[in-house]
Design a protein around this ligand. Sequence first.
Ligand SMILES: [Zn+2]
Ligand SMILES: [Zn+2]
Length: 113
Amino acid sequence: MKVCSQPGCGELVKAGKCDTHRREYDKRRGTTTERGYGAEHRATRDALLPSAYGTACRYCGNRMWPHEHLALDHTEDRSSYRGIVHADYRDCPKGGNAAEGATRGNLNRSSHT
Ligand SMILES: [Zn+2]
Ligand SMILES: [Zn+2]
């Protein structure tokens, strides 16, 4: 056991900081979700959704509807948005927003077939 790395804290931990100070640290830093797909991303998506219904998904070209899973697609570095697309394979023949990451996995898996 070690002592919490927060100066002045005597809490014993396995490594790093005690629960209290780790939580405080995470809060200041922001979680991955908050920094990436955060509240701003959701708000932008929600604002764009109504006008996206009936328009074509940029992946499969099919129209998108409220009962489908839709996502706000963004550029690789997340600096700007490409627009609303199908969120996943359930609605999109091309895989939608999930395709980029999923395709890499599929390629690896299908390379032996
Ligand atoms: Zn501590
Ligand atoms: Zn689609």
